[in-house]
Design a protein around this ligand. Structure first.
Ligand SMILES: NC(=O)C1=CN([C@@H]2O[C@H](COP(=O)(O)OP(=O)(O)OC[C@H]3O[C@@H](n4cnc5c(N)ncnc54)[C@H](OP(=O)(O)O)[C@@H]3O)[C@@H](O)[C@H]2O)[C@@H](O)CC1
Ligand SMILES: [K+]
Length: 504
């Protein structure tokens, strides 16, 4: 698990490290500069020449101080360095002033405008986490000039113009090939469009105090491979009942694919028994495609209700929605399950579309409920336009979770999960997963994890992470263009098998 602090949290970690632990800011700055120097040196003779010609553009905050310390280190190892100091601020930081004196004493060239020369590297030390408002005027002009220049672009801590909290571009932004960020990754560097501006992001330790990080415990975080150890353990002394019973209420007349994907994903995640409740027209197709699943079908509202009663009395977890349609039967099933079930529910796709017509229904559940809307479904549920959700995705996700007392899995290129407190931001997966059926697979994985013993909140986060990893494996095998939902399902066992091999 890794934290993803926002601007205020990062500045507070910075402040407490300096004020309460007594580590001077100038020491942190030196390590920040050394870490960028090491990243540059590691790229020499591959993407960069052995001796580089480097332009470092700075403003008078501590981000600029990092840039000046880097200028000194590069010059001292024999590289050719020029500094452009924009000097548009009325006040500079003490550490910046200190570094500027040294740079001048060493005779490094400092100008106040960018020359039209060519450089191997262009370093952006204009704004970091201190950026608070839109970039305009002279700063905008300089950033645009830098973007138009040839050369390898490196951002110090964050590309100037990227909001560390939301990942939004404030006015304009430096477009980096590499961002060397300090201590912890930042929310704005994983959310879109910030992550597109940042290029490759390398997180380097520079001496922030761990204790301060733990005390502040940033609200947002992501998972890495070590978090797969959170998967429920299997025991030698077990049978299929040990790994849960998952009900999948999915598919409508002649719409069988979604039910197959969700059921298979639940099985592939380790569930002991999956029972599919679907329209009778799907019986043959689903029976052929996934013979491991038990089937119960309906063709009218009376039979639909019987299916719902059976699911509520039989299952440990119930998924409702993939390909379900919005028929009277579908609505009947959904209402019964929400009002009567005490076990965890996962509501996806058409279940959410039905609920968006009657949001009060969502407040009637007694057990834990996980909802998995994509942006369009979230927009229907909240009446917030999609572009506005995108701009503030974490807040929208968290607020909805809080208002309806649900676990909210808000699906986008960076899916986030919240139950009203902390926020998980997913960093696995790729754009090949924008393919029909991928959402059904995710709903099945989350349901399967609950069935096998994860708590619903853990299942939502881990499910999103594993689904993304399976998508990454599918892309490796089939390519992002050609991969389809089936490839994602088939990759799930490989992701989980990797953990078993590592004996985590
Ligand atoms: N603390 C430390 O010792 C360490 C810090 N570290 C480094 O410092 C960075 C943070 O430094 P920082 O806090 O000084 O902020 P920074 O990003 O340089 O900018 C602040 C200046 O920009 C101004 N400003 C803001 N928005 C603006 C706009 N749109 N247009 C124009 N001006 C704007 C703002 O003005 P103000 O809003 O105050 O009026 C202020 O003057 C961090 O990212 C990391 O690189 C590391 O070395 C570790 C040690
Ligand atoms: K920067």
């Amino acid at each position: 698990m890794f934290y993803l602090p926002d601007r205020d949290e990062m500045q507070e970690i910075d402040r407490r490290t300096i004020k309460e632990r007594g580590i001077p800011g100038i020491l942190l700055m030196e390590r920040a500069a050394i870490s960028i120097l090491e990243e540059i040196n590691a790229r020499k003779d591959t993407v960069l020449p052995a001796r580089v010609k480097c332009l470092i553009v700075v403003e008078g905050g501590n981000n600029g101080g990092d840039g000046l310390a880097l200028a000194r280190l590069l010059a001292q190892q024999g590289d050719q360095v020029e500094v452009c100091y924009i000097s548009g601020l009325s006040k500079v930081s003490d550490s910046f002033a200190y570094q500027l004196d040294i740079v001048r004493n060493l005779g490094i060239q400092v100008t106040d405008e960018i020359s039209q020369k060519e450089y191997d590297i262009i370093v952006d030390g204009i704004f970091g986490v201190g950026l608070k408002r839109d970039v305009a005027g002279i700063w905008k002009n300089v950033i645009e000039q830098m973007n138009n220049m040839p050369g390898y672009k490196i951002a110090v801590d964050l590309p100037s113009g990227v909001d560390a909290t939301t990942g939004q571009v404030l006015g304009t932004s430096f477009r980096a090939d590499l961002t060397v960020t300090f201590g912890l990754n930042k929310r704005g560097l994983v959310l879109h469009p910030g992550c597109d501006m940042a290029g490759q992001v390398v997180v380097r330790e520079i001496g922030f105090s761990d204790r301060e990080v733990q005390d502040i415990a940033p609200e947002a975080y992501g998972y890495d491979l070590s978090d797969l150890a959170r998967l429920p353990k299997r025991s030698d002394n077990s049978n299929k009942g040990t790994y849960g019973r998952a009900a999948v209420i999915a598919g409508s007349a002649d719409m069988s694919g979604a039910a197959v994907f969700a059921a298979e994903a639940a099985y592939r995640t380790g569930t002991g028994l999956v029972k599919v409740y679907t329209h009778s027209l799907n019986r043959t197709v689903i029976g052929n495609r996934i013979p491991e699943a038990v089937l119960m079908t309906y063709s009218d509202e009376v039979e639909a209700l019987k299916c719902a009663e059976d699911a509520v009395s039989w299952a440990d977890v119930i998924l409702v929605g993939p390909g379900l349609g919005r028929s009277g039967e579908a609505e009947e099933l959904l209402r019964y399950v929400i009002c009567e079930a005490e076990q965890p529910l996962v509501l996806d796709a058409d279940a959410l579309n039905i609920i968006s017509q009657d949001l009060e229904l969502l407040k009637k559940h007694r057990g834990e409920v996980t909802v998995t809307p994509h942006l369009g479904e979230m927009s229907r549920l909240t009446d917030i336009a999609i572009p506005d959700i995108k701009k503030n995705i974490l807040r929208v996700c968290k607020d909805f979770a809080m208002e309806y007392n649900v676990i909210d899995v808000l699906k986008d290129s960076r899916t986030c999960v919240s139950r009203g407190g902390d926020i998980y931001i997913n960093t696995s997966g790729n754009n090949g997963m924008s393919t029909a059926g991928a959402g059904d697979v995710l709903a099945g994985v989350i349901t399967g994890l609950i069935a096998t013993g994860s708590s619903p909140y853990e299942a939502a986060k881990l499910g999103v992470y594993i689904h993304g990893l399976a998508g990454d494996l599918a892309a490796e095998r089939m390519g992002k263009n050609g991969m389809i939902a089936r490839d994602i399902v088939e990759s799930i066992p490989m992701v989980i098998k990797g953990v078993e091999n590592e004996k985590l």
